[in-house]
Design a protein around this ligand. Structure first.
Ligand code: OGA
Ligand code: MN
Length: 227
């Protein structure tokens, strides 16, 4: 029998290989950057949805949660649209994210419970100042209980002069550890509390999905609210 028959062609081997790489990177250093990571059919379906979506689907992004939520253009200028699984492309993304969640729970015992994600559109000039996605030891104060952040990019032919890099920093927030161009298909995963990061001003329209895996903070029958 030739080797070809021993290989699965449904992509599950590729997916396991990718998830294992992400798990290994997270375990070793707390972040992972993988070019051409998302399955191509999902990337293209999301891309074409973004191409045809209208501006009114997006709203200026805020900072803080619930009653502390404010729009502050000095901190961030992206426009966002939460992903609810309305289209097949969104459902494919959410299902893929859930398979990653289950894999990482099994592999790293992270106890990831739920997932939330939004599209983000950075117009030319838009940025997001250095921040962390969750604050250590303050799960009830800041209310996010975000453990793991994931960002996926949908910008073919992104060039250095287009700016818009995601720059990640060490825990001190002083030394940059990696700068990532938002190129189509690239995926970034990092521990939400441990990796300060910023989005440099983009000089071209820049589309991404940002998502967060959360642990469950429900207490006393009070369901932990999303967002
Ligand atoms: C975020 C964020 C990074 C990016 O939305 O919290 O950091 O590259 N996004 O879009
Ligand atoms: Mn962030």
């Amino acid at each position: 029998m030739s080797m070809a028959f021993a290989l699965k062609s449904d992509g599950t081997d590729d997916e396991e290989f990718l998830f294992e790489r992400i798990a290994g990177d997270l375990h070793a250093q707390g972040w992972s950057v993988v070019p051409n990571a998302l399955p191509i059919h999902i990337s293209f379906a999301i891309f074409s949805q973004l191409q045809t979506s209208t501006d009114d689907a997006f709203a200026p992004a805020g900072v803080g949660r619930s009653v502390d939520h404010v729009i502050d253009p000095s901190i961030r200028r992206d426009e966002i649209s939460w992903i609810e699984g309305i289209t097949q492309a969104e459902r494919d993304w959410l299902q893929w994210s859930d398979r990653l969640r289950i894999y990482l729970n099994r592999r790293l015992f992270l106890g990831l419970f739920s997932f939330e994600s939004h599209f983000a559109h950075y117009r030319p000039g838009a940025f997001y100042r250095k921040h962390v996605d969750a604050f250590r030891n303050q799960p009830f104060k800041d209310g996010t209980n975000r453990v793991l952040s994931v960002v996926a990019y949908f910008n073919p032919d992104w060039l250095p002069e287009h700016g818009g890099e995601l720059v990640m920093y060490d825990e001190s927030g002083v030394h940059s550890i990696q700068s990532v161009a938002p190129e189509f298909g690239t995926l970034v995963v990092f521990l939400s509390e441990d990796v300060p990061h910023e989005v440099k001003p983009a000089r071209r329209d820049r589309f991404s999905i940002a998502g967060w895996y959360r642990v469950n903070n429900s207490i006393n029958q009070q369901i932990d609210p999303p967002r």
